[in-house]
Design a protein around this ligand. Sequence first.
Ligand code: DGJ
Length: 736
Amino acid sequence: MITVSKDKTFALTNKYFSYVFRVSPEGILEHLHYGGPLRDPLNVAVHHLRTQREVASNFQGGPYFSLSDTPQEFPSFGTSDYRFPALHGRNSDGNTVFSLHYKKYQIVKEKPRLKKLPSARGGDSETLIVTLEDPLHKLEVELYYTVYEHYGVLVRSAKFKNKGNKELQLQHAYSSALDLPPHEYEILHLHGTWSREFCEERIDVPKGRFIVDSARGTSSAAHSPFIAIVQKGTTEEYGRVHATTLMYSGNFSLSVEKGEFEDVRLLAGINPFNFHWRLKPGKKFCTPEALHVYADKGLRSMSHIWHEFVREKVSPERFRHKPRPTYLNTWEAAYFDVDEEKVLHLADKAKEIGVDMLVLDDGWFEGRRDDTSSLGDWTADKERFPSGIPALAAKVKAKGLKFGIWFEPEMVNPKSQLFEDHPDWILHVPGRKPSLGRNQLTLDLSRPEVIDYLYAQIDDILSCGDIDYVKWDMNRNMTEVGSAGQSKNRQREVSHRYMLGLYDLLRRLTKKYPDVLFENCASGGNRFDLGMLSYMAQNWTSDMCDPIGRLDIINGCSYLFPLDVTAAYIGPSPNHQNGRVSSIKTRFNAGAFCAARGISLNEEDIDEHKSELQSLIMFAKDTSEDFVGGRFDRLIKSKNEVCWQYTSRDEQTVYLAYFHILAAPNLPFRRARMVGLEANADYMLVEDGATYAGDALMQNGMPLPYVATGQVNEKVRYMTKGDFSSHLFVFKKDNN
Ligand code: DGJ
């Protein structure tokens, strides 16, 4: 997979891509190729022609060599490159000019794991470590590149080491830089806000700089840490794609810069804005991992690569390919109005419709009657849960259900015992009143004593042994980010130190409770990223549970994430977020391909729709094996229609979900061209026993139900009349 020539050209190749760079005669790491696999990757033409350019500055006196048009592996600033650099900082002379030169390399079979940050698992992989150095300021930078035999993901990170005896300061400490050759490119990125996460935007790569980033303390729904630079006109099945994400849950930056010579630089890493790290002599600083995908058959091929990798190498191994339990979550059924009796009653209701797990959401701890108090005091409310959580969990389990519980560990309300006892345990800056978000303050997770407190509180509840699932929520963005635990000149390290503290807490808890299924949530999808995902197998994508609102969210999320890591429930109608009225069927179908499926309905709603819910839950349970480890494909996505396909891991069952948003008369007869079927096999449609040939379903397509508006004809398959209709087809492969 990794080959190195005598004159130091490095090639990382597998069946998905080749990634090639060399040590230039000037000692710079010069990027040569990142694209389809090459037969002879060490023989790539150097496309930098070393031509005199008017007005270009020549690198340190070398003739015809300017860094501003040289594709590089890890650019710095101040020595003839004027673009945004991967490394920028202050050296011991007080200036910001660093110059990195090749020193040595090493290839290791076992992928090194980052000590304090999450990292992708290795296995059938090789890692190339190239060391660069700035001899003047004794800064060493190790670049890590991991290539896998069976996955199309390249994992990169950087480690900075101060080898001198004077302090260095880092401001840009990116994980990776990728210089792509001039071409007509577009950017696909995902933006949003609460309840409208993962909205897709496509734009031409503009001249100048386009950055998706976060300075909110979480990776955030405003901009997911994901970007794809695609060949202009790329569709689901056509076009070259370079996509990148980060295994990080805090302030990140994905910066795309089209330089004066039209080459495109992508930088991925910690957001340099408001970041500053003091690197004392002898100290190291590790960046989070940046993950890169190259795909040459459009967005579908890109997503397949991400999905496989996230499932196999990022998401907790323990839950890999493990069917998720169906659940009833108390949130939209009762909000804060929960007590032991009500929860046990809902548990009975859950049991009646066949649900596997009861999840007690917000509202169970001391004094928590609304969102104005009690975060931080993680003991059961004495009035409403007099026997405590362990006893409640045992009672729910005695009914034959699993039991799950909600925490929001990183937060504290000013109205709480914890805040009274430790007012300086919050993120704050001296002399300024902290801004509140949802009436709460953020605990200072950069402080080890806060981590220990949270660990002890959560451990106290989980140690009863009857908790099967934890929903880990986080409901505000950070402000006044400062820490009483850090010196004045380290205040700009706090955001990153917070993340290190959080990861430490998650590592300790998930290690002690490996069988507890953790679900990551942050007001829905405000921190949905590979960092959180590496500790938690399940993610709450959004608080938008109206099915039509959810379609875009799932569609956008699926560019990067396999639906194995997502959860969805049937919520109330009219929907509490947007007031839309929809059928139970469409509410279920929107989340049908998510691994964890549930409901959040009150007793009256459950009773009213009991038999329908029973059969949907039964369907969810019967198919739960299929929705872990299978293949998801986006077939149609327009303003008014969405069609997705899901193929089970054993390829024996194929699901097709079709959504028609607004009804209208005289619509076209639509078909969905299915993908990845066996051309020579037949597929039986379960609802009527009709058989379809695999090749016909792929080439000619599956006729989609017609939207009934006028008189109906019995021979035609119709959608339910009216708006927001949907249909779920199930095909079984005929193996005879
Ligand atoms: C925000 C989450 O997204 C909801 O599902 C719910 O858990 C509430 N927080 C509880 O406060």
